[in-house]
Unconditional design. Structure first.
Length: 464
């Protein structure tokens, strides 16, 4: 049975911080943000928004756009790494908000849980719900997977330039208009790591930035190796000599904590895949230098990062590699369109990969590309650490959905924050009522109880 993504909706907060203003305030070269990291604007949440109301707003957009009533939804999963309760799942708050619009207990039949594994949990949620449909358990109902996060780092930390906020809701069913997932190819890797984590009670993560970058690349590469074996075994793809699995993936969407991480990941994976192919000789000749190897090729991530000579040479090699004609063609055709939205919005943690997917569909369609039958690959990564690689085929009815995509219109009119406003919001110095954006046709957070018997209870309202 086919199963996959029928439609996709988003909710991005209207407030944003301009990268150049941020760079000036932190004494950074704006080029580091814009060219080095690929960050132009970062969406920032208002005082009356939290990850649950971002998620509920994305779900409402999805349901209204598809004229779906609650009885058509059998599962509603929320994937997030911005949880605010150790026990109560975020989907219960989301259901509570949706019932303000659709009626009390209108979702009473619906199941679902909150999923956690840093930024990869949305992909696990998609996989599990796809299998619920494939198993015939859905009996004609749809599942909604909503990925929602606020990417928030300490003021003045190196991660502060990679913030953002937003939610993406995806509708899954057995007759998807957008993308049907390839069966029996989904591949994972997992390892106990401390590259990025957020201990109980801490609002911002503890991050080992360069370590996390390299771990991401290694974990995705490991999952890709498994994916390659699986997809060859299914017979969905056969490889000729001098072909790599990447030649059979028309578009690649990578987890995007910042847009240039997608570029880094593509270059790393392509290098890895091409290294053993005849075409590599021509690449090396064009670059004019041999591919560097670390002093200890079987060493740890720490030993590789500490090998300054290798790191510098590898950086130089990567830069030259990405300028080769063959690689530039792969980058332009498979990845570039997926990075556009990330530059405008910033890091959405769990939702970043799916914002990239949406961006790729919208901007490739605008170029006039016929997307029917194209294979889309996903490289999902969550710190801590796990990666998931999977793929799907764009379906013939995709145009019905993609023709109406308009990122700018869907985000709406945006309000640029001053640095002072941003820092006040970041440090939670404004109370819930002291909001900046005037909400309209959306859910907002109205109260968080503080008394001992009801501490942590959260209340939301739909604003007409
Ligand atoms: N002009 C142009 N480019 C410049 C520049 C300038 N003046 N100054 C620096 N750059 C370039 C650098 O050359 C570098 O490019 P390459 O990657 O091509 O080498 C880029 O800008 C970034 O520079 P640095 O590596 O020196 O930046 P940094 O050390 O300050 O930190 C970071 C970058 C590690 C991503 C940091 O922002 C961070 O810790 N972010 C949070 C963690 C993170 O996002 N990790 C990603 C993988 S883990 C994950 O994905 C999970 C998740 O969602 C968090």
């Amino acid at each position: 049975m086919a199963a996959g993504i029928d439609d996709i909706a988003l909710y991005i907060p209207n407030l944003y911080l301009e990268a150049s203003d941020f760079a000036e305030a932190r004494g950074l070269d704006p080029a580091k943000l814009q060219r080095g990291l690929g960050v132009e604007q970062m969406a920032i949440v208002d005082t009356n928004q939290d990850p649950a109301c971002l998620a509920a707003n994305a779900c409402l957009n999805l349901m209204q756009k598809n004229k779906l009533s609650p009885e058509k939804i059998g599962r509603l999963y929320v994937a997030t790494e911005s949880a605010f309760d150790e026990s109560k799942a975020m989907n219960s708050y989301v259901i509570g908000m949706l019932e303000q619009v659709y009626g009390n207990e209108s979702f009473g039949h619906c199941g679902g849980i909150e999923c956690k594994f840093a930024c990869v949990s949305g992909s696990y949620a998609l996989y599990d719900n796809t299998n619920w449909i494939r198993a015939g358990e859905a009996e004609g109902q749809n599942a909604i997977v909503v990925v929602s996060d606020i990417a928030k780092y300490d003021l003045g930390s190196s991660g502060e330039v990679t913030q953002g906020a937003g939610a993406i809701a995806m509708l899954l069913n057995d007759n998807p208009r957008l993308l049907a997932f390839d069966p029996k190819v989904t591949s994972t890797s997992i390892k106990n790591e401390y590259d990025f984590y957020r201990p109980f009670g801490k609002e911002t993560p503890i991050v080992h930035g360069q370590y996390s970058n390299l771990l991401y690349l290694i974990q995705v590469k490991n999952a890709l190796a498994d994916y390659k074996e699986k997809i060859l075994k299914t017979g969905l793809v056969t490889l000729k000599d001098d072909e790599t699995i990447l030649d059979h993936i028309d578009y690649l969407n990578m987890h995007l904590p910042y847009s240039n991480m997608g570029k880094k990941a593509l270059a790393y994976l392509v290098r890895h895949e091409w290294r053993s192919l005849p075409r590599w000789k021509d690449i090396i000749a064009e670059i004019g230098m041999e591919e560097p190897v670390p002093k200890d090729p079987r060493g740890t991530i720490e030993s590789v990062l500490a090998d300054a000579e290798f790191m510098a040479k590898d950086h130089e090699f990567t830069k030259l590699f990405t300028k080769t004609e063959k690689y530039a063609e792969v980058y332009e055709s498979k990845l570039a369109s997926s990075l556009i939205a990330s530059k405008m919005v910033g890091n959405l943690y769990t939702a970043s990969l799916y914002l990239g997917f949406r961006s790729s569909l919208e901007f490739e369609y605008q170029k006039g590309v016929d997307l029917n039958g194209k294979r889309i690959g996903f490289g999902s990564y969550g710190s801590g650490a796990s990666a998931m690689v999977f793929s799907g085929l764009v379906q013939s009815e995709y145009e019905e959905v993609v023709k109406d995509m308009n990122l700018e219109a869907e985000i709406g009119v945006r309000t640029k924050l001053t640095l002072e406003e941003y820092e006040e919001l970041h440090e939670n110095k404004r109370n819930t009522e002291n909001n900046i954006h005037s909400a309209k046709k959306e859910f907002i957070l109205t109260d968080v109880k503080t008394s001992p018997e009801s501490r942590g209870e959260r209340y939301y309202e739909y604003i007409e």
